[in-house]
Write a protein that binds this ligand. Structure first.
Ligand code: AMP
Ligand code: MG
Length: 348
């Protein structure tokens, strides 16, 4: 049995969240909203509880979790040292969508870090999440609430569909505001390095640290530093491709590919990062087997809509999704990172 609790960010109260906190304290699994995506969490210091998350998500055992905290003292319980750079970033971005990787204290269970000597920590900017952690009186280890490989859960409705009956409690807080996962920044090397782009951009971090920040790109055959990087992720059931090129090329490629696939009898989804359907594709709007979704030219809006849009395509039963590529600057870097992974790297 799963207890479903409705909780609104603007009206958080202890009594509503107490059953969820109790579940965490006794080693249960709770799904909760954050400002980025939903998390599926357990007491970070309870190895058995953490193992349940891997089983429920079918997450590969070598993909570590992010530990969520509500106050800075919790960070001291988890990491060996808090370097000066971490403090600066914490001042600037916490609570918020930035995850820091630091050397872990010995007593942090290997289950939460997939055996790594480091731990990923974040303080979410969501009052329900913060209250849950505070009432649970322990840091909560939580990856994104989605079956492994699928788009991250950004709506209470989605996580109920995917996890009802599999976890102890689901806290339904409606749609998450940002809709894209946190930036993961590795602070254990010589230079700060983004191992997963996210809502806080490289430019944001560089301006706080006044130094260059690297973006980690795994080389072929190299063991990735962030194990999550090696898996196909965020993938809808439909096959997916990213359409690259300048404006003219992109529209031409999309038009030709859609027409060819329609002719082959396929149902096509188009995801456009703009605000209107361009004239070149307007004729497709009336075609029954072509579903066009406008996902905004605004990077913040596009980020918030991406995962739910991918999910809708599956509900529409499309066979192939063509996603418009964008120049990878600012938040588009993170959006395109998710889009390309969802496509399994397939470009058109
Ligand atoms: P998720 O919470 O599902 O968004 O996944 C957490 C992400 O953080 C995954 O991509 C992990 O690979 C990454 N991560 C967590 N802990 C570490 C760590 N200690 N070192 C490197 N990457 C990590
Ligand atoms: Mg995830």
């Amino acid at each position: 049995m799963t207890l479903v609790i409705k909780a609104r960010e603007d009206a958080v109260d202890d009594s509503t969240l107490k059953p969820a906190a109790r579940a965490i304290r006794v080693g249960g699994v709770v799904i909760f909203p954050t400002e980025t995506v939903y998390g599926i969490g357990a007491d970070a210091f309870n190895p058995r509880a953490v193992r349940k998350i891997f089983e429920i998500k079918k997450r590969p055992a070598d993909n570590p979790l992010i530990v969520h905290i509500a106050k800075l003292e919790d960070l001291e319980k988890l990491v060996k040292t808090i370097p000066h750079e971490a403090r600066k970033l914490i001042d600037a971005f916490w609570p918020g969508p930035l995850t820091l990787i630091l050397p872990k204290k010995d007593h942090v269970p290997k289950e939460a870090t997939a055996g790594l000597p480091t731990v990923a920590v974040r303080m979410p900017a969501h009052r329900v999440a913060l209250k849950l952690i505070e009432l649970s009186e322990t840091p909560i280890a939580a990856p994104s609430a989605n079956p492994a490989g699928k788009p991250s859960g950004t709506d209470g409705r989605h996580v109920i569909e995917d996890f009802y009956g599999k976890v102890d409690v689901i806290i339904d807080g409606g749609r998450t505001s940002l809709g894209l996962e946190s930036t993961v920044l590795d602070l254990t090397g010589e230079k700060p390095r983004i191992v997963r782009p996210g809502f806080i951009t490289r430019e944001d971090i560089e301006s706080v640290l006044s130094k260059e920040v690297e973006i980690y790109v795994p080389k072929k055959n190299e063991k990735p530093v962030s194990p999550g990087m090696k898996y196909r992720h965020y993938a809808p059931d439909a096959e997916m491709m990213v359409v690259t090129g300048d404006e003219r090329e992109k529209l031409k490629k999309m038009k030709n590919a859609v027409e060819k696939m329609l002719w082959e009898g396929k149902k096509i989804g188009l995801i456009l990062f703009r605000d209107d359907i361009p004239a070149e594709l307007a004729h497709l709007e009336r075609v029954e087997n072509c579903v066009i979704k406008i996902c905004s030219s605004d990077e913040r809006l596009a980020a918030s809509k991406l995962f739910s849009t991918l999910r809708e395509f599956d509900e529409d039963g499309v066979d192939t999704i063509l996603a418009e590529g964008k120049e990878e600057r600012g938040l588009w870097l993170a959006i395109m990172n998710r889009v390309k992974k969802a496509a399994g790297g397939k470009l058109l």
